[in-house]
Write a protein that binds this ligand. Sequence first.
Ligand code: PLP
Length: 401
Amino acid sequence: MKLAENLSRLGTESAFEVLARAVAIDAEAAAAGGPRVINLGIGQPDFPTPPHIVEAAARALRDGHHGYTPANGILPLREAVAADVLARRGVAVSPDDIVCVPGGKVTMSFAIMMFGEPGAEILYPDPGFPIYRSMIAYTGATPVPMKLHERSGFSFSADEVLAQVNGRTRLIIVNSPANPTGGVVPKSEFDRLVAGLERWPDVAVLSDEIYARMVYDVGNGGGEGHVSLLSYPQIRDRLILLDGWSKTYAMTGWRLGWGLWPPGLAEIATRMAVNIHSCVNAAAQWAGIAALTGPQDAVDTMVAEFDRRRAAIVPALNALPGMGCVDPRGAFYAFPNIAGTGLTARQFQDRLLAEQRVAVIAGTSFGDAGEGFVRFSYAASLAAIEEALDRTRAFLERAAA
Ligand code: PLP
Protein backbone atom coordinates (compact mmCIF):
# COMPACT_ATOMS: atom_id res chain seq x y z
CA MET A 1 0.00 0.00 0.00
CA LYS A 2 1.18 3.51 -0.65
CA LEU A 3 -0.10 5.93 1.94
CA ALA A 4 -0.45 9.67 1.46
CA GLU A 5 2.81 11.52 1.98
CA ASN A 6 1.33 14.11 4.33
CA LEU A 7 0.57 11.40 6.91
CA SER A 8 4.30 11.32 7.67
CA ARG A 9 3.94 14.84 9.03
CA LEU A 10 0.98 14.13 11.30
CA GLY A 11 2.05 14.35 14.94
CA THR A 12 0.26 13.17 18.05
CA GLU A 13 -0.64 14.03 21.60
CA SER A 14 1.77 12.04 23.75
CA ALA A 15 -0.44 12.51 26.81
CA PHE A 16 -2.46 9.60 25.39
CA GLU A 17 0.70 7.42 25.18
CA VAL A 18 1.72 8.28 28.74
CA LEU A 19 -1.84 7.47 29.82
CA ALA A 20 -1.61 4.03 28.17
CA ARG A 21 1.75 3.35 29.83
CA ALA A 22 0.44 4.53 33.20
CA VAL A 23 -2.58 2.25 32.88
CA ALA A 24 -0.34 -0.75 32.05
CA ILE A 25 2.03 -0.05 34.96
CA ASP A 26 -0.93 0.43 37.26
CA ALA A 27 -2.39 -2.92 36.24
CA GLU A 28 0.94 -4.61 37.09
CA ALA A 29 1.06 -2.73 40.41
CA ALA A 30 -2.49 -3.82 41.23
CA ALA A 31 -1.68 -7.45 40.45
CA ALA A 32 1.53 -7.35 42.52
CA GLY A 33 -0.07 -5.43 45.39
CA GLY A 34 2.43 -2.53 45.12
CA PRO A 35 1.76 1.22 45.25
CA ARG A 36 -0.63 2.30 42.51
CA VAL A 37 0.08 4.85 39.79
CA ILE A 38 -0.89 8.46 40.53
CA ASN A 39 -1.87 10.08 37.30
CA LEU A 40 -1.02 13.78 37.08
CA GLY A 41 -0.56 13.42 33.33
CA ILE A 42 -4.20 13.62 32.49
CA GLY A 43 -5.75 16.67 30.82
CA GLN A 44 -9.31 16.31 31.99
CA PRO A 45 -11.30 17.21 35.10
CA ASP A 46 -11.49 14.41 37.68
CA PHE A 47 -15.16 15.19 38.30
CA PRO A 48 -18.19 13.49 36.78
CA THR A 49 -20.44 15.40 34.41
CA PRO A 50 -23.12 17.13 36.57
CA PRO A 51 -26.20 14.89 36.90
CA HIS A 52 -28.70 17.31 35.32
CA ILE A 53 -26.60 17.25 32.13
CA VAL A 54 -26.48 13.45 32.10
CA GLU A 55 -30.24 13.39 32.65
CA ALA A 56 -30.84 15.73 29.71
CA ALA A 57 -29.01 13.30 27.42
CA ALA A 58 -30.93 10.32 28.81
CA ARG A 59 -34.19 12.21 28.32
CA ALA A 60 -33.22 13.08 24.74
CA LEU A 61 -32.66 9.40 24.02
CA ARG A 62 -35.98 8.43 25.65
CA ASP A 63 -37.72 11.18 23.65
CA GLY A 64 -36.48 9.68 20.40
CA HIS A 65 -33.63 12.01 19.42
CA HIS A 66 -31.90 9.21 17.59
CA GLY A 67 -31.33 10.56 14.11
CA TYR A 68 -29.04 12.92 12.25
CA THR A 69 -29.23 16.59 13.16
CA PRO A 70 -28.25 19.62 11.07
CA ALA A 71 -24.50 19.39 10.47
CA ASN A 72 -23.78 22.65 12.33
CA GLY A 73 -25.84 21.58 15.38
CA ILE A 74 -29.49 21.91 16.38
CA LEU A 75 -30.72 25.50 16.52
CA PRO A 76 -31.55 25.52 20.27
CA LEU A 77 -27.97 24.46 20.97
CA ARG A 78 -26.48 27.20 18.80
CA GLU A 79 -28.91 29.70 20.37
CA ALA A 80 -27.75 28.59 23.83
CA VAL A 81 -24.12 29.08 22.79
CA ALA A 82 -24.92 32.57 21.41
CA ALA A 83 -26.69 33.49 24.68
CA ASP A 84 -23.70 32.22 26.68
CA VAL A 85 -21.28 34.22 24.52
CA LEU A 86 -23.36 37.35 25.14
CA ALA A 87 -23.58 36.71 28.88
CA ARG A 88 -19.91 35.84 29.43
CA ARG A 89 -18.06 37.70 26.70
CA GLY A 90 -20.47 40.60 26.29
CA VAL A 91 -20.78 40.34 22.52
CA ALA A 92 -23.96 39.63 20.55
CA VAL A 93 -23.34 36.94 17.94
CA SER A 94 -25.59 35.09 15.53
CA PRO A 95 -26.33 31.36 16.02
CA ASP A 96 -25.71 31.13 12.25
CA ASP A 97 -22.00 31.81 12.83
CA ILE A 98 -21.69 28.99 15.37
CA VAL A 99 -20.79 25.46 14.34
CA CYS A 100 -21.06 22.70 16.95
CA VAL A 101 -18.58 19.89 16.46
CA PRO A 102 -17.34 16.75 18.26
CA GLY A 103 -14.93 18.52 20.66
CA GLY A 104 -12.70 21.57 20.68
CA LYS A 105 -10.13 19.79 18.53
CA VAL A 106 -12.43 19.75 15.52
CA THR A 107 -12.74 23.56 15.35
CA MET A 108 -8.94 23.65 15.61
CA SER A 109 -8.42 21.17 12.78
CA PHE A 110 -11.03 22.82 10.56
CA ALA A 111 -9.44 26.24 11.04
CA ILE A 112 -5.96 24.95 10.32
CA MET A 113 -7.19 23.04 7.25
CA MET A 114 -8.94 26.18 5.97
CA PHE A 115 -5.75 28.25 6.04
CA GLY A 116 -2.94 25.70 5.80
CA GLU A 117 -1.31 24.69 2.53
CA PRO A 118 2.24 24.53 1.19
CA GLY A 119 3.76 28.01 1.12
CA ALA A 120 1.57 29.30 3.94
CA GLU A 121 2.86 29.98 7.47
CA ILE A 122 0.87 29.50 10.64
CA LEU A 123 2.05 30.73 14.04
CA TYR A 124 1.37 28.56 17.07
CA PRO A 125 2.29 28.77 20.77
CA ASP A 126 5.39 26.88 21.91
CA PRO A 127 5.09 25.25 24.39
CA GLY A 128 1.49 24.65 23.39
CA PHE A 129 -1.19 22.06 22.69
CA PRO A 130 0.60 19.61 20.37
CA ILE A 131 -2.22 19.24 17.88
CA TYR A 132 -1.69 22.78 16.57
CA ARG A 133 1.74 21.94 15.21
CA SER A 134 0.69 18.48 14.09
CA MET A 135 -2.22 19.73 11.99
CA ILE A 136 -0.27 22.68 10.56
CA ALA A 137 2.46 20.30 9.36
CA TYR A 138 -0.16 17.88 8.01
CA THR A 139 -1.61 20.56 5.74
CA GLY A 140 1.84 21.26 4.30
CA ALA A 141 1.98 24.76 5.79
CA THR A 142 5.06 25.83 7.74
CA PRO A 143 4.56 25.76 11.51
CA VAL A 144 6.14 28.88 13.03
CA PRO A 145 6.62 28.59 16.80
CA MET A 146 5.59 31.59 18.87
CA LYS A 147 7.66 31.43 22.01
CA LEU A 148 5.96 31.68 25.38
CA HIS A 149 8.12 33.05 28.17
CA GLU A 150 8.38 31.65 31.68
CA ARG A 151 9.41 35.11 32.93
CA SER A 152 6.05 36.57 31.88
CA GLY A 153 3.92 33.75 33.26
CA PHE A 154 4.09 31.96 29.89
CA SER A 155 2.60 34.78 27.87
CA PHE A 156 3.87 35.60 24.41
CA SER A 157 5.42 38.95 23.57
CA ALA A 158 3.21 40.71 21.01
CA ASP A 159 6.26 42.48 19.60
CA GLU A 160 8.01 39.15 19.03
CA VAL A 161 4.91 37.64 17.44
CA LEU A 162 4.39 40.60 15.12
CA ALA A 163 8.05 40.42 14.07
CA GLN A 164 7.34 36.86 12.85
CA VAL A 165 4.36 37.87 10.69
CA ASN A 166 4.99 38.30 6.96
CA GLY A 167 3.15 38.09 3.66
CA ARG A 168 2.96 34.29 3.90
CA THR A 169 1.34 34.27 7.35
CA ARG A 170 -2.26 33.07 7.14
CA LEU A 171 -3.24 32.29 10.72
CA ILE A 172 -2.07 33.01 14.27
CA ILE A 173 -3.16 30.62 17.02
CA VAL A 174 -3.42 31.87 20.59
CA ASN A 175 -4.48 29.94 23.66
CA SER A 176 -5.27 31.66 26.95
CA PRO A 177 -5.62 30.20 29.56
CA ALA A 178 -3.12 27.74 28.19
CA ASN A 179 -2.29 24.10 28.08
CA PRO A 180 0.36 23.03 29.18
CA THR A 181 1.54 26.08 31.11
CA GLY A 182 -1.56 27.41 32.86
CA GLY A 183 -0.44 30.78 31.50
CA VAL A 184 -2.89 33.63 30.98
CA VAL A 185 -2.02 36.32 28.44
CA PRO A 186 -2.40 39.84 29.92
CA LYS A 187 -4.84 42.20 28.24
CA SER A 188 -1.99 44.64 27.51
CA GLU A 189 -0.29 42.00 25.35
CA PHE A 190 -3.52 41.23 23.46
CA ASP A 191 -4.01 44.99 22.96
CA ARG A 192 -0.58 45.26 21.36
CA LEU A 193 -1.10 42.17 19.21
CA VAL A 194 -4.46 43.38 17.89
CA ALA A 195 -3.11 46.89 17.24
CA GLY A 196 -0.14 45.43 15.34
CA LEU A 197 -2.41 43.18 13.27
CA GLU A 198 -4.04 46.24 11.71
CA ARG A 199 -1.04 46.21 9.36
CA TRP A 200 -1.88 42.62 8.38
CA PRO A 201 -5.59 42.60 7.51
CA ASP A 202 -5.44 39.20 5.77
CA VAL A 203 -4.09 37.29 8.77
CA ALA A 204 -6.77 35.30 10.62
CA VAL A 205 -6.66 34.52 14.34
CA LEU A 206 -7.75 31.32 16.07
CA SER A 207 -8.35 31.95 19.76
CA ASP A 208 -8.54 28.70 21.70
CA GLU A 209 -10.50 29.67 24.80
CA ILE A 210 -11.42 26.17 25.96
CA TYR A 211 -10.21 26.98 29.51
CA ALA A 212 -12.00 30.36 29.65
CA ARG A 213 -13.94 29.53 32.80
CA MET A 214 -10.82 28.42 34.68
CA VAL A 215 -9.05 31.63 35.58
CA TYR A 216 -7.74 32.33 39.09
CA ASP A 217 -6.57 35.29 41.16
CA VAL A 218 -9.25 37.48 39.58
CA GLY A 219 -9.02 40.94 41.12
CA ASN A 220 -6.17 39.72 43.29
CA GLY A 221 -2.48 40.22 42.59
CA GLY A 222 -3.17 41.69 39.17
CA GLY A 223 -5.45 38.92 37.86
CA GLU A 224 -7.75 40.38 35.19
CA GLY A 225 -10.04 37.43 34.62
CA HIS A 226 -10.55 35.94 31.20
CA VAL A 227 -9.84 38.29 28.31
CA SER A 228 -11.56 37.03 25.17
CA LEU A 229 -10.26 38.07 21.77
CA LEU A 230 -13.92 38.50 20.89
CA SER A 231 -13.80 41.76 22.83
CA TYR A 232 -11.74 43.31 20.01
CA PRO A 233 -14.16 44.46 17.26
CA GLN A 234 -11.13 45.32 15.06
CA ILE A 235 -10.49 41.61 14.38
CA ARG A 236 -14.04 40.28 14.67
CA ASP A 237 -14.23 39.66 10.91
CA ARG A 238 -11.17 37.36 11.00
CA LEU A 239 -11.46 35.76 14.42
CA ILE A 240 -12.28 32.10 14.97
CA LEU A 241 -13.23 31.48 18.57
CA LEU A 242 -12.86 27.92 19.90
CA ASP A 243 -14.60 26.75 23.07
CA GLY A 244 -16.62 23.77 24.19
CA TRP A 245 -18.00 21.68 26.98
CA SER A 246 -15.09 19.27 27.61
CA LYS A 247 -13.26 21.10 30.38
CA THR A 248 -15.93 23.49 31.71
CA TYR A 249 -18.56 20.82 32.34
CA ALA A 250 -16.28 17.79 32.79
CA MET A 251 -17.53 16.35 29.48
CA THR A 252 -14.35 15.24 27.69
CA GLY A 253 -15.82 11.89 26.67
CA TRP A 254 -19.03 13.34 25.27
CA ARG A 255 -17.20 15.00 22.37
CA LEU A 256 -18.88 18.36 22.10
CA GLY A 257 -17.36 21.70 21.20
CA TRP A 258 -18.23 24.85 19.31
CA GLY A 259 -16.58 27.36 17.06
CA LEU A 260 -17.67 30.91 16.32
CA TRP A 261 -16.64 31.73 12.75
CA PRO A 262 -16.19 34.97 10.83
CA PRO A 263 -18.70 35.80 8.07
CA GLY A 264 -18.75 33.11 5.40
CA LEU A 265 -16.54 30.62 7.21
CA ALA A 266 -19.31 28.91 9.22
CA GLU A 267 -20.64 27.62 5.90
CA ILE A 268 -17.23 26.16 5.02
CA ALA A 269 -16.87 24.61 8.49
CA THR A 270 -20.34 23.10 8.06
CA ARG A 271 -19.37 21.68 4.68
CA MET A 272 -16.30 20.11 6.29
CA ALA A 273 -18.56 18.65 8.99
CA VAL A 274 -20.87 17.14 6.33
CA ASN A 275 -17.86 15.54 4.68
CA ILE A 276 -16.25 14.20 7.83
CA HIS A 277 -18.67 13.49 10.69
CA SER A 278 -22.17 14.60 9.53
CA CYS A 279 -23.15 16.00 12.93
CA VAL A 280 -22.51 15.69 16.65
CA ASN A 281 -24.25 12.86 18.54
CA ALA A 282 -27.83 14.11 18.97
CA ALA A 283 -28.23 13.29 22.67
CA ALA A 284 -24.95 15.04 23.48
CA GLN A 285 -26.32 18.19 21.85
CA TRP A 286 -29.33 18.18 24.20
CA ALA A 287 -26.92 17.66 27.10
CA GLY A 288 -24.98 20.67 25.86
CA ILE A 289 -28.12 22.83 26.07
CA ALA A 290 -28.73 21.69 29.66
CA ALA A 291 -25.11 22.49 30.52
CA LEU A 292 -25.28 26.05 29.19
CA THR A 293 -28.77 26.96 30.36
CA GLY A 294 -28.91 25.04 33.66
CA PRO A 295 -27.37 25.75 37.07
CA GLN A 296 -23.69 26.62 37.00
CA ASP A 297 -22.90 25.78 40.62
CA ALA A 298 -21.11 22.54 39.67
CA VAL A 299 -18.73 24.55 37.46
CA ASP A 300 -18.09 27.05 40.25
CA THR A 301 -17.46 24.24 42.75
CA MET A 302 -15.05 22.48 40.40
CA VAL A 303 -13.10 25.66 39.63
CA ALA A 304 -12.90 26.55 43.35
CA GLU A 305 -11.53 23.06 44.01
CA PHE A 306 -8.92 23.46 41.25
CA ASP A 307 -7.91 26.75 42.83
CA ARG A 308 -7.44 25.06 46.23
CA ARG A 309 -5.24 22.42 44.63
CA ARG A 310 -3.29 25.08 42.78
CA ALA A 311 -2.61 26.77 46.11
CA ALA A 312 -1.20 23.46 47.37
CA ILE A 313 0.76 22.20 44.38
CA VAL A 314 2.66 25.35 43.40
CA PRO A 315 4.46 25.94 46.73
CA ALA A 316 5.08 22.20 47.01
CA LEU A 317 6.71 22.12 43.56
CA ASN A 318 8.80 25.15 44.45
CA ALA A 319 10.04 23.32 47.55
CA LEU A 320 11.38 20.37 45.51
CA PRO A 321 15.13 20.31 44.88
CA GLY A 322 16.10 21.74 41.50
CA MET A 323 12.56 22.80 40.61
CA GLY A 324 10.79 26.14 40.31
CA CYS A 325 7.23 26.88 39.24
CA VAL A 326 5.66 30.17 38.21
CA ASP A 327 2.09 30.71 39.38
CA PRO A 328 -0.30 29.30 36.79
CA ARG A 329 -3.23 31.68 36.49
CA GLY A 330 -5.59 29.41 34.59
CA ALA A 331 -6.59 25.90 33.43
CA PHE A 332 -5.52 23.05 35.74
CA TYR A 333 -1.84 22.64 34.94
CA ALA A 334 1.42 23.59 36.63
CA PHE A 335 4.51 23.74 34.40
CA PRO A 336 7.56 23.70 36.66
CA ASN A 337 11.07 24.35 35.45
CA ILE A 338 13.18 21.26 36.11
CA ALA A 339 16.51 22.53 34.77
CA GLY A 340 18.09 22.36 38.23
CA THR A 341 17.44 18.61 38.51
CA GLY A 342 19.97 17.81 35.77
CA LEU A 343 17.38 15.67 33.98
CA THR A 344 15.88 16.24 30.57
CA ALA A 345 12.11 16.59 30.45
CA ARG A 346 11.77 13.15 28.88
CA GLN A 347 14.07 11.50 31.46
CA PHE A 348 12.07 13.13 34.24
CA GLN A 349 8.77 11.88 32.78
CA ASP A 350 9.92 8.33 32.04
CA ARG A 351 11.89 7.76 35.23
CA LEU A 352 9.28 9.27 37.57
CA LEU A 353 6.67 6.93 36.10
CA ALA A 354 8.92 3.84 36.11
CA GLU A 355 10.56 4.44 39.50
CA GLN A 356 7.79 6.10 41.52
CA ARG A 357 4.62 5.43 39.55
CA VAL A 358 3.74 9.07 39.09
CA ALA A 359 2.57 10.09 35.62
CA VAL A 360 3.43 13.61 34.40
CA ILE A 361 4.11 14.85 30.87
CA ALA A 362 7.49 16.02 29.52
CA GLY A 363 7.43 19.64 28.38
CA THR A 364 8.92 18.55 25.05
CA SER A 365 5.60 16.86 24.24
CA PHE A 366 4.33 20.42 23.79
CA GLY A 367 7.11 21.74 21.56
CA ASP A 368 10.83 22.33 21.53
CA ALA A 369 10.48 25.25 23.96
CA GLY A 370 9.14 22.77 26.54
CA GLU A 371 12.61 21.30 27.21
CA GLY A 372 13.48 21.90 30.86
CA PHE A 373 9.83 21.77 31.95
CA VAL A 374 7.30 19.14 32.96
CA ARG A 375 3.51 19.39 33.08
CA PHE A 376 1.76 18.40 36.29
CA SER A 377 -2.02 18.33 35.96
CA TYR A 378 -3.79 19.07 39.22
CA ALA A 379 -7.01 17.44 38.09
CA ALA A 380 -6.56 14.92 40.92
CA SER A 381 -7.51 14.90 44.61
CA LEU A 382 -5.43 16.88 47.09
CA ALA A 383 -4.42 13.64 48.78
CA ALA A 384 -3.20 12.21 45.45
CA ILE A 385 -1.31 15.41 44.67
CA GLU A 386 0.41 15.38 48.06
CA GLU A 387 1.39 11.73 47.70
CA ALA A 388 2.65 12.35 44.14
CA LEU A 389 4.83 15.21 45.34
CA ASP A 390 6.25 13.10 48.19
CA ARG A 391 7.16 10.45 45.63
CA THR A 392 8.66 13.12 43.33
CA ARG A 393 10.85 14.30 46.19
CA ALA A 394 12.02 10.74 46.84
CA PHE A 395 12.72 10.34 43.12
CA LEU A 396 14.75 13.55 42.93
CA GLU A 397 16.76 12.72 46.04
CA ARG A 398 17.64 9.30 44.65
CA ALA A 399 18.40 10.71 41.20
CA ALA A 400 20.80 13.25 42.77
CA ALA A 401 22.51 10.70 45.03
N1 PLP B 1 -7.55 23.08 23.21
C1 PLP B 1 -6.73 22.91 24.26
C2 PLP B 1 -5.79 23.99 24.63
C3 PLP B 1 -6.76 21.70 24.98
O1 PLP B 1 -5.95 21.54 26.03
C4 PLP B 1 -7.66 20.69 24.57
C5 PLP B 1 -7.71 19.40 25.27
O2 PLP B 1 -6.85 19.02 26.03
C6 PLP B 1 -8.46 20.92 23.47
C7 PLP B 1 -8.40 22.14 22.82
C8 PLP B 1 -9.37 19.87 22.92
O3 PLP B 1 -10.51 19.69 23.63
P1 PLP B 1 -11.58 18.58 23.23
O4 PLP B 1 -11.35 17.42 24.13
O5 PLP B 1 -12.90 19.27 23.46
O6 PLP B 1 -11.38 18.23 21.79
